[in-house]
Design a protein around this ligand. Sequence first.
Ligand SMILES: Nc1nc2c(c(=O)[nH]1)N[C@H]1C(S)=C(S)[C@@H](COP(=O)(O)O)O[C@H]1N2
Ligand SMILES: [Mo]
Length: 197
Amino acid sequence: MAVISRGFGGRRRESEPNLPPGQYLTEDFPVLSAGPTPRIDTSEWSFGIRDESGALKSWTWDELHALPIEDVHTDIHCVTRWSKLGTNWRGVSLDTLLADIDTSASYAMAHSYGGYTTNIPLDDLLGGQAWIASEFEGEPLDPEHGGPARLIVPHLYFWKSAKWVRGLTLMDEDAPGFWEQNGYNMHGDPWTEERYW
Ligand SMILES: Nc1nc2c(c(=O)[nH]1)N[C@H]1C(S)=C(S)[C@@H](COP(=O)(O)O)O[C@H]1N2
Ligand SMILES: [Mo]
């Protein structure tokens, strides 16, 4: 028995098992950015991972795209309560990028062009849970949505999915990123409503 009602421009299906608590469904793709959209040419783009000893490994756009690209079919959940089910992305798995990096760190800080940061436990970036995505629904990712490439960690609230990502810093100790310093949760699991501290 499906219960469907309309409101706030979104549809709430109480019986939708893929909708985490407190979320409503949207067919739109809202843009949520804390500042202006940076424009980064792929010829100038790079992605780097700095480990806890300070060693840096980085990839140019072409180097990144020479790695295996995966199709990702996933739901996304924003802490402002919209969820979008069944989105399609293409990107390089963080498993691939972290494979050659010898680290005992437990946390990562994602850094974006434009200055945004967000912290994520390393375990949440491994095991087929996170990608550097450059395509959405068969098209290059729009700049407003983080193009040329963004992090996606879709099992966590979407603020962890840093748009215009330029790198990760691996850390032994957890530290808060941009929204986390402003009261958002250090982890952000939508199923247990880890919204704020
Ligand atoms: N660099 C950057 N990444 C970001 C943000 C941002 O402001 N800057 N906002 C976050 C938040 S709060 C959400 S909900 C999603 C929104 O992604 P969208 O604009 O593609 O919907 O991006 C996340 N990543
Ligand atoms: Mo968000």
